[in-house]
Design a protein around this ligand. Structure first.
Ligand SMILES: *[C@@H]1O[C@H](CO)[C@@H](O)[C@H](O)[C@H]1NC(C)=O
Ligand SMILES: *[C@@H]1O[C@H](CO)[C@@H](O)[C@H](O)[C@H]1NC(C)=O
Ligand SMILES: *[C@@H]1O[C@H](CO)[C@@H](O)[C@H](O)[C@H]1NC(C)=O
Length: 281
């Protein structure tokens, strides 16, 4: 009697195991490739496409595609192909091009991707694609950063009581930028100044202003010749980098260097003429 029951139970358990395991054996649901660009320029006209390519088969009933932003529990995008149902929420609300189709001929893939028309910096973060069916599921994630170039980038120097002060400013960048001031003592080799001060301000609109200034010593900035000085700003890791180079002419304040390079010579000449005039008359 007992052995019959045991045998019957063993058969039931085996059958159940077979059913459960077959679900996973026959599902082909798998993400083949997740394409999320690492760096995207703010407001780019081309827009940006985040794609999630997957494989499925006829066992993957009730297929659902979800996209998550950072660690939010609610998806920012969800598509159920069988019901032809799409839902957008959170940071992507009103930001998606709903006509975009990554694979127009495949009814179970056509709306898998996100096309964001004008990406902005608040869309920087982690994107996770999750696909699931009654038979299986898979997910993958990747970071995307929308970077903003400097709205203003200015480099110049002032001379106050014989102290030369090089100041470089870049505004409205995102994420936090890095800056450096270099000089070229022999015209080629690049060096950093010994003393440097910096301030970085985070604006209310989540962008950064950065300022560097340095007052070089006489070894770094000799008074008997001109020196090339460069300010460099970058969003570290991104393709964004800019440099501005100016020429320091001893005794000549910064702003006049570009507007009239001959000004110093002219001043000398007129002084000389004045002296000649005074001594002769
Ligand atoms: C990003 O670009 C938008 C225009 O698409 C602009 O309004 C916004 O100020 C820019 N943000 C930054 C941080 O530059
Ligand atoms: C150099 O110029 C900057 C910007 O004008 C200023 O904030 C800083 O105090 C100056 N440094 C010195 C030593 O004068
Ligand atoms: C952000 O705010 C700062 C200061 O309030 C402003 O100067 C700057 O233009 C703003 N940047 C953007 C991108 O809106």
């Amino acid at each position: 009697m007992t052995s019959w029951h045991q045998w019957q139970r063993a058969v039931c358990v085996a059958a159940l195991l077979l059913v459960v395991s077959s679900i996973h054996v026959f599902s082909a649901l798998e993400i083949r490739r997740l394409t999320v660009p690492r760096w995207v320029p703010n407001g780019t006209d081309e827009g940006v496409i985040l794609d999630c390519e997957y494989e499925y088969n006829q066992n993957d009933l009730r297929l659902v595609i979800k996209w998550f932003f950072n660690d939010d529990l609610e998806p920012v995008y969800q598509w159920i192909p069988q019901l032809n149902l799409r839902h957008v929420s959170g940071v992507l609300l009103n930001r998606l091009d709903m006509d975009y189709s990554a694979s127009p001929t495949d009814p179970y893939s056509q709306y898998r991707a996100l096309k964001i028309a004008k990406p902005s910096t608040e869309l920087s973060g982690k994107y996770t694609c999750l696909i699931m069916s009654l038979a299986g599921q898979d997910s993958k994630h990747q970071e995307m950063t929308v970077y903003a170039p400097a709205q203003r980038f200015h480099f110049d120097y002032t001379i106050t009581h014989d102290v030369v002060n090089f100041t470089c400013t870049a505004t409205s960048l995102n994420p936090e930028p890095r800056m450096k001031i270099f000089f070229f003592p022999d015209g080629k080799q690049r060096k950093v100044f010994e003393g440097e001060s910096r301030t970085t301000v985070r604006n209310n609109n989540n962008s950064f202003d950065i300022t560097f200034w340095t007052t070089p010593n006489s070894r770094e900035l000799p008074e008997d010749r001109v020196t090339e000085v460069e300010c460099f700003v970058e969003v570290f890791g991104s393709p964004y980098r800019r440099a501005q180079r100016i020429t320091y002419v001893p005794g000549v304040p910064g702003n006049q260097v570009f507007s009239n390079p001959a000004s110093k010579a002219q001043v000398c000449l007129s002084t000389l003429l004045l002296l000649i005039f005074l001594s002769w008359c």
